[in-house]
Design a protein around this ligand. Structure first.
Ligand SMILES: Nc1nc2c(ncn2[C@@H]2O[C@H](COP(=O)(O)OP(=O)(O)OP(=O)(O)O)[C@@H](O)[C@H]2O)c(=O)[nH]1
Ligand SMILES: [Mg+2]
Length: 205
C-alpha cells in the first residue's frame, strides 16, 4: 500500500468533536517522545503532517487524519481510511491536568469507537517496554485492538542486537505468536513498507 494523500480532519478532546464513524480507522499509541509523529510522517510521505518535536508531550489531542491510499492488490485500487494519532503517555513534565485528562480521554475513545480496527503500539527498540507500555498493551488486548507493535528508532541499535531487542519486547509485553513486531527507522526510512502491508491487510479484511 502507498499513501497518496493524507490531511488533517480534526483535533478532538471529546466525542462531540470526533469525525463520524464512516471510515475504518487505525490508531497509533505510545509514550511521549517514542517517535510517533516521525513514524506518521514517514508512512504518509509528508514531512510535516504530524509535528516532530524535541520537547516531548506535544500531541495533546486525538488527531484524525483522512487518508487515501493505493493498495497493492491488483483488483482493488484506492482505499480511504483514517489514521488516528493518540496523545503520548508517560512524560513526567507535562502538566498535571494533561496527565489527569489522558486516562478518561482513552477510556472514552478506545472501547467505544466502532470503526477502530487496531491500535498500533509503539515502543522504543533500545529499551525494555515501560510499565505504562505494558499496561497500555494489556488494555488494547482487552478491547481486541492489539496485535501490531512498531519498534521505533531501529537505527539506534546494531543489527546484531535486533534479535535480542525483539525478544525483550516480546517477553515484556507478553506477546503471542500472532502478534507482529515491526522495526522501523524514521531516520533511515526503513520498515515503513512492512507496516503499510500490515495496515493494508487490516483495512481490506
Ligand atoms: N534516531 C532516530 N530518532 C528518531 C526516530 N524517530 C524519531 N526520532 C527522534 O525522537 C524525537 C521524538 O520524535 P517525535 O516523532 O516527535 O516523537 P513523538 O512520539 O511524536 O513525541 P510527542 O508527540 O512529543 O509525544 C525527535 O527528536 C525525533 O527526531 C528514528 O527513527 N531514529
Ligand atoms: Mg508527536
Amino acid at each position: 500500500m502507498v499513501i497518496k494523500k493524507a490531511e488533517i480532519n480534526t483535533l478532538a478532546v471529546k466525542p462531540s468533536q470526533y469525525p463520524p464513524e464512516d471510515k475504518v480507522e487505525i490508531a497509533f499509541a505510545g509514550r511521549s517522545n517514542v517517535g510517533k509523529s516521525s513514524l506518521l510522517n514517514l508512512i504518509t510521505g509528508r514531512k510535516n503532517l504530524a509535528r516532530v518535536s524535541g520537547s516531548p508531550g506535544k500531541t495533546r489531542t486525538i488527531n484524525f487524519f483522512d487518508v487515501i491510499a493505493k493498495v497493492n492488490k491488483e483488483d482493488a485500487d484506492e482505499v480511504e481510511f483514517r489514521i488516528v494519532d493518540l496523545p503520548g503517555y508517560g512524560y513526567a513534565r507535562v502538566s498535571k491536568k494533561m496527565t489527569d485528562d489522558w486516562g478518561p480521554m482513552m477510556e472514552t475513545f478506545l472501547p467505544n469507537r466502532r470503526n477502530l480496527r487496531v491500535v498500533v503500539q509503539l515502543v522504543d527498540i533500545r529499551h525494555e517496554p515501560t510499565a505504562q507500555d505494558v499496561q497500555m498493551y494489556e488494555y488494547l488486548r482487552h478491547y481486541g485492538l492489539s496485535g501490531v507493535i512498531v519498534a521505533t528508532k531501529a537505527d539506534k541499535i546494531k543489527r546484531s542486537q535486533l534479535g535480542k531487542s525483539m525478544a525483550v519486547i516480546r517477553k515484556t509485553l507478553d506477546l503471542t505468536d500472532e502478534d507482529i513486531i515491526i522495526p522501523v527507522s524514521a531516520l533511515k526510512h526503513e520498515g515503513q513498507d512492512k507496516l503499510l502491508d500490515v495496515m493494508e491487510r487490516i483495512i481490506t479484511e
